[in-house]
Design a protein around this ligand. Structure first.
Ligand SMILES: Cc1ncc(COP(=O)(O)O)c(C=O)c1O
Length: 392
């Protein structure tokens, strides 16, 4: 059943599932490495794609394929490619879409490892990149070079919640023969559909909202066009960045409640952000749902809701931030985000420690910045926890 025209919750519950010979209500875990051919000719035909059927789990697996169909339908793409981790998805995007001599323009405050992968590793193969504040399309235009082949943005970006205009950047990319990849992890398919705004690829660390239960890492890429999907799949298969069937089963189970979780966490964040904003210990709060957010209007147009990620600056800088993190009792001091539990972390010493301090500062990631991934607990309990952690 294709669910593309149905409501988001119907999609989340049913998309991708095909009932097997036993009538299994959900797609089971096909925990196998290899699939038997009917005969020698059938094996040859599967390899040459003349006959349908699976060959080998790195190339394709029924459990993983069910998840891929589900996310492709949710994001209105032609197909999806599930990967071992979110970084596996970033790796596949760079590997599939860039070659020696190419140039990429990217968001300055992009997830630390996405930047490290480019600057430390792809640079060794002659790929160059410019990091700019992509929330202003003019900065992207100014950074373009004749050899620019990829605009890779993260919106909302981590941890500053900056919003970049997907439609405007898709136009800029296509005008110069480049592709636009959007890391949409912070939004999830519930709050943002990059492909409908013109992006070529939508990328997620499914570790976060899509799976939502802090029990695995995984990634996924969704393509708008078949040719791009083929390049991504080939890169995934040849680099061995495939998602394991057990992982795929858990993600497909987790995604069924995505909208319920996102909506609930967003409601909590909508209470916590204004409360933080009036705390004397807090210098400023960055939350997409607050009018003080610099791209508030753009977010209203581009996203279906502000989500549940909040960053804030402690007036006492790093020491005050550390004290807060050591005192929380309900919020868990851990990196990652988008799970059912509230998490708190310090980007400068944790998620973005691999990025140099000048680059961090240029991207607005100060040493006193604290990031909160609001969970689905009761808002009053999260507020009470932060209140006691702020101390007297
Ligand atoms: C926005 C974003 N993209 C990509 C990644 C990488 O995902 P993973 O940790 O699943 O490899 C992360 C991880 O935190 C992230 O926050």
């Amino acid at each position: 059943m294709d669910t593309r025209k149905q409501g988001i919750n119907t999609q989340l519950v049913h998309a991708g599932t095909e009932h097997d010979a036993f009538g299994s209500v959900v797609t089971p875990i096909y925990q196998v490495s290899t699939f038997a051919f009917e005969n020698a000719q059938n094996g040859a035909d599967r390899f040459s794609k003349k006959a349908p059927g699976y060959i080998y789990t790195r190339i394709g697996n029924p459990t993983t394929a069910a998840l891929e169909r589900c996310v492709a339908e949710l994001e209105q793409g032609v197909g999806a490619v599930a990967t071992s981790s979110g970084m596996g998805a970033v790796m596949v995007a760079y590997f599939a879409l860039l070659k020696q001599g190419d140039h990429m323009v990217s968001t300055a405050s992009v997830y630390g490892a996405s930047r490290v992968l480019m600057e430390r590793h792809f640079s060794r193969f002659g790929v160059t990149a410019s990091y700019v504040d992509t929330s202003d399309p003019k900065n992207v235009t100014a950074a373009l070079r004749p050899e620019t082949r990829l605009i890779y943005i993260e919106t909302p970006s981590n941890p500053m919640m900056q919003i970049s205009d997907i439609a405007a950047l898709a136009t800029i990319a296509h005008a110069c023969g480049a592709l636009l990849v959007v890391d949409s992890t912070f939004a999830s398919p519930c709050l943002q559909q990059p492909l409908l705004l013109g992006a070529d690829v939508s990328l997620h660390s499914v570790t976060k909202f899509i799976n939502g239960h802090a029990d695995l890492v995984g990634g996924i890429l969704v393509a708008r066009e078949a040719a791009v999907h083929d390049r991504l799949r080939d890169a995934m298969v040849t680099t061995g960045c495939n998602m394991d069937p057990h992982q795929a089963f858990l993600v497909h189970r987790g995604i069924k409640t995505l909208e319920l979780r996102v909506e609930r966490a967003q409601r909590n964040a909508g209470k916590i952000a204004p409360w933080l904003e009036q705390r004397p210990e807090v210098a400023w709060v960055r939350y997409i749902g607050l009018k003080s957010h610099p791209q508030y209007e753009l977010a209203q147009r581009q996203m279906k809701g502000p989500g549940s990620m909040i960053s804030f600056e402690m007036k006492g800088g790093l020491e005050a931030g550390k004290r807060l993190m050591d005192r929380v009792k309900l919020a868990v001091l851990a990196v990652s985000l988008g799970g059912v539990e509230t998490l708190i972390e310090h980007p400068a010493s944790m998620t973005h420690a691999g990025v140099g301090q000048p680059e961090r500062e240029a991207a607005g990631i100060s040493d006193g910045l604290v990031r909160l991934s609001v969970g689905i607990e009761d808002a009053d309990d999260i507020i009470a926890d932060l209140d006691q952690a702020f101390g007297k």
